[in-house]
Design a binder for this molecule. Sequence first.
Ligand code: FUL
Length: 679
Amino acid sequence: MKHIRLLGLVLLLTAFLSGNAQKELPKPGKLQMQWQKLETIAFVHFSINTFTDMEWGYGNESPQLFNPSDLDCEQWVKICKDAGMKGVILTAKHHDGFCLWPSAYTEHSVKNSPWKNGQGDVVREFSDACKKYSLKMGLYLSPWDCNHPDYGKPAYNQFFKNQLTELLTNYGEVFEIWFDGANGGRGYYGTDSLHTRSIAGDYYDWNGFIDIVRDLQPNCIVHGGGRPDIRWVGNEEGHAAKTHWSTLLPNEQFSKDKRAALQLNESHENGTRWLPSETDVSVRPGWYYHAAEDHQVKTLPRLMDIYYESVGRNSLLLLNLSPDKRGLVHPIDSARLIEWKQQLDQDFKEDLVSSKCQFSSNNKKNLKNAFDNNYDSYWQAGEQESFLQIDFKKTVSMNRLLIQEFIPEGQRVKAFRVDYWEDGNWKELAAETTIGYKRILRFLPISTQKIRFTFEAALAPAMITKVSAYNAPILLAEPTIQCNQQGMVSIHSPEKFGEVFYTTDGSAPSRNSEKYTAPFLSDGKVTVKAIVYSGENHGEVGEQTFGLSKKQWTILNDNSGKLSLFDGKPNTSWISKKGEKEVRVDFGEEISFAGLTYLPDQARWSQGIALNYKIYSSNNGKTWNEVTAGNFSNIRNNPITQSIRFGKPVKTRFLKFATSAVADGQQVLGVAELDIFTE
Ligand code: FUL
């Protein structure tokens, strides 16, 4: 006993004398460390929703609907492999409760579907495909189950444990299990009506669930739930905040003044748990396949942004694929993923930092460790303001810098600066905050001979394991096209350089088309196509079709005078008066239309996201007739354009769009854009 105490004292003293007496930092476990190094993994959302065209099913869908004609899990997995992914996670059961494997504990599964006469098992085929292509296999098991009669009652916990046990026993090694936090909305729950079952915060037996995971799959990472190993990044748009910690405070210590999702997006510098983030985002607007979204597969520039804003900001990217009714990934999606991989390969083709460079620092010890290719060897900054300098020995052009911290000893850097050498002086290139496992900076190309990183503030001396520089090819993004209420069309190129050309007659734009210089008037229906050129290099074509002229449209209950909901700009919103939760529109004349689209407020601190809707028509703006009503699925996490199609076209001069349930219990309706469609 005495010896142990003495040893403790000696260790403490040694730590103090070596200047390392700082507070113990949270550190990743072995599994978390292995997981982080995967960098990009894939999601596959495929289930009964694929056949009902829904995002959240109700649980009352007949298993007879599940009947893929050409299901081929190898096709999904091969695409993921070719796209450079290291693992792939399948939705074995989503919120509607339908199981892709023949679970012994429910009838709501593939065993009662016509697919393979009820003899099939998608999880088995998926697991075999992952083995064949040497990809790690993960599974998504939704705790919310709209089909199960016991959901909301204590008995359901045992049912969930049984299903978890089946999945973790019968299909080989599972590298990640995904527990989704979604809950609410209407479900069937084995009764004949749709209703909401709410659950208390401590409803699920998380300790029991996690014990099963640890016992059956000791190498499995847990996403979500009550005892997670990793955290959600706080949005489904594909971006981590620039300041991005892998450490998090316990839930009860979250700041009351900032939305929880935003805190997950940045996390806490003084976090006490190591809980790195996973950025989940779909290649399409929705998670499931919808034919209507075939033209909305994310563009290459958007996918590149997603990579740089997730992997490049100390997060891990979980990119979703949505196989279609055939059970195959659509060719648009697979081609886009491969293009994305090729572009990534191009961007990181040649590391300009090589043994031909000269490295210097005010702390020379182990300097070369910051420039070798071994993650486990690092250079440690001696004091605050320590620097790492690279002399390329010739002028080089670059537009990317990559830097990595050695995180097994915790995430340390709070602030760093990058300067480059120009005309005999140091010039600031970037002033940044966190680094973490990997940080990639993108900037307009510079030509220089020297680069210098300065570590300005850190929780403990910075440990840098890698610094690289690249000159990525310029990728011209597709322009955005907007039309305001007056019918003025404007085209915006996200690049600072490049020329924009456009057409309004449906033909493909090229260098020979009209050159865009200023907004132009278009009254009524028009399709605008535009493209950005830089020399011979060009981006993808942007396209927008605008419907009826909105010149005469007004809002009856507009209290601000601002008509932002018809301005064609997704980033401006109209917010109702408190308590009103509706918008009443006067079209100025009777019009006939087949449905409408609602784009919720897009702001980070969004206001008035409607969870459900009721739509009314009127011919005097006073007495209203209900046209249709319903719920929006997953709109809180994924606030994309929602389309509401009426049973039959509606003829009306006045329209009311109302909600009785708003996200976060807010008492206003927020609308970024409201539009109608005629066919
Ligand atoms: C969300 C779910 O509600 C979505 O449907 C989807 O599965 C996504 C990955 O997580 O919270």
